[in-house]
Design a protein around this ligand. Structure first.
Ligand code: FCB
Length: 490
């Protein structure tokens, strides 16, 4: 829809992810927003990291794996910075035992990872590739043996290309294919996996993939964005019930991209714009699941264009057991002017201009560090949805620090980031939020979508020439936090 404030570091129009902008020269932290004293977390709190199949596995065409939209997109010249691809990535398909050893060294007790649909069902329907399932099955067994909770994302963006060729997410049939796939993985892993996420950041992949064209499959169509929104919501409802019927005791949620949305001024128009931004950015796939309705984000709901049929609102309901929050930064929202509304179809439907904040320091990808966004968002979700169980399924920062002469990665800014976001989270919990875990994005430097290998978010450094992994100072720090179940004073 309307262009995002890229210069201000807003990753994308609606979503929480992956558009780069130049970092501003703001010194790291003048004054912390939250307490800098020691903070204890509740017993049993999950300390984890998160990854995604396409970003780490590599082995893009091994052992019967089918092509995904990300293979296809990355193999198309000009789509990814520097011509990078996820063909090899961190080679975790072969080196997953090393990755597990990193987690053990960091004392983690939860690992959020995703299943590659085309590794399991190469063409997105029918035949199941047992080698693909075996890979995940072995990993689940080893995680359990290491007393690390397998926290599984069913879909983190790598749709089988065959399904894209048949119309992709805007095609209603894709929801049925997704439901079959959910049944396959629930049957294969549900005896050992009890915590699942149906989707990773639906707003991000529907927006960036179908409207902005910056992510796979690279379409730029408002129509496709609207259709895909509804099909993914239908898939979430059907997938939830499929998973629950295969594994009735499973805990099932989704990892939503969220950003607190602040009005650019005190005007009523900007306040309305901020509420619209919240509806689309944060709850476009949540209000549907929990309340069976679309939130009031658009000037009107284009039901016919979205392909909404009688009975759909009931079918997309999914009483999620927990709400996963991926949060990196905040959004500043302003109302579009009359001229913009008149000249752009998208702004006519969604009359909001959004950009990232400009007060905090920027990470190397250009995203503003703003811990209060996590505090605000966690409390808002707690209030608006009757104190649901929440998991922080992602938060993290890109800083491209490399090894010094002695091979040590001194990434102090990453330690400060996680420290402050955790302090913000602890305050929200003290004020009533029921949060069960925190997953740092990410375990190890990896393929950052359209940014290729240019942005390092990992707690462990990866030398992409040798695939050698080295835990950064932040990883050692996070390991102490996990083992002591508290954040030390800064
Ligand atoms: C999130 C994505 C994740 C990663 C981080 C940096 O939006 O879910 O895969 O790219 O951003």
């Amino acid at each position: 829809m309307v262009a995002a404030g890229a210069a201000a570091g807003l990753p994308s129009f609606f979503s929480g992810c992956s558009k780069h902008s130049e970092p501003a020269n703001v010194p790291f932290h003048s004054a912390p927003q939250f307490s800098s004293s020691e903070i204890a977390f509740p017993k049993g709190f999950y300390w984890g990291t998160a990854t995604a199949a396409y970003q780490i596995e590599g082995a893009w065409n091994e052992d019967g794996k089918g092509e995904s939209i990300w293979d296809h997109f990355a193999h198309t010249p000009g789509k990814i910075k520097n011509g990078d691809t996820g063909d090899v990535a961190c080679d975790s398909y072969h080196r997953w035992r090393e990755d597990l050893a990193l987690m053990r060294e960091m004392n983690l007790n939860s690992y959020r990872f995703s299943l590659s649909w085309p590794r399991i069902q190469p063409s997105g329907s029918g035949t199941v590739n047992s080698k693909g399932l075996d890979y995940y099955s072995r990993m689940v067994d080893s995680l359990l043996a290491a007393r690390i909770r397998p926290f599984v994302t069913v879909f983190h963006w790598d749709l089988p290309q065959a399904l894209e060729d048949a119309g992709g997410w805007p095609n209603r049939d894709t929801a049925a294919r997704y439901t079959d796939y959910v049944q396959v993985v629930a049957k294969a892993l549900g005896d050992r996996v009890s915590d699942w996420m149906l989707f990773n950041e639906p707003t991000a992949f529907v927006d960036l993939g179908y409207l902005e064209g910056e992510h796979a499959p690279g379409r730029k169509s408002l129509f496709d964005f609207l259709r895909a929104s509804h099909v993914v919501n239908m898939a979430q409802g059907a997938g939830f019930h499929a998973l629950k019927s295969a594994c009735p005791t499973a805990r099932v949620g989704t990892a939503f991209s969220m950003s607190s949305c602040e009005p650019a001024s005190d005007s009523d128009a900007d306040k309305l714009a901020a509420e619209r931004a919240h509806a689309i950015t944060n709850v476009w796939f949540l209000e549907t699941a929990l309340r069976g309705r679309y939130p009031d984000g658009l000037a009107f709901l284009p039901e016919t264009v979205m392909g909404i049929k009688a009975g759909d609102m009931e079918k997309m309901r999914a009483p999620l057991d927990f709400i996963g929050i991926n949060l990196y930064y905040r959004i500043i929202a302003a109302a579009s002017g009359a001229m913009e509304r008149a000249t752009h179809a998208e702004e006519w439907l969604f009359p909001v201009k959004m950009e990232g904040g400009r007060q905090g320091p920027k990470t190397d990808i250009g995203w503003e560090v703003w811990p209060k966004a996590l505090y605000d968002m966690v409390l808002r979700i707690t209030r608006d949805y009757d104190r649901p169980v929440i998991e922080i399924t992602e938060s993290g920062c890109s800083y491209n620090d490399g090894p010094d002469g002695g091979g040590v990665i001194r990434d102090e800014r990453r330690i400060a980031y996680h420290r402050e976001y955790l302090a913000a989270l602890a305050k929200a919990m003290a004020e009533g939020a029921d949060v069960r875990g925190y997953h740092a994005w990410t375990l190890l430097d990896n393929f950052e979508w359209a940014e290729g290998f240019g942005q390092r978010f990992g707690l462990a450094y990866v030398d992409f020439k040798t695939q050698k992994r080295t835990i950064k100072d932040s990883g050692h720090w996070y390991g102490r936090v996990a083992s002591e179940n508290k954040v030390p004073a800064s």
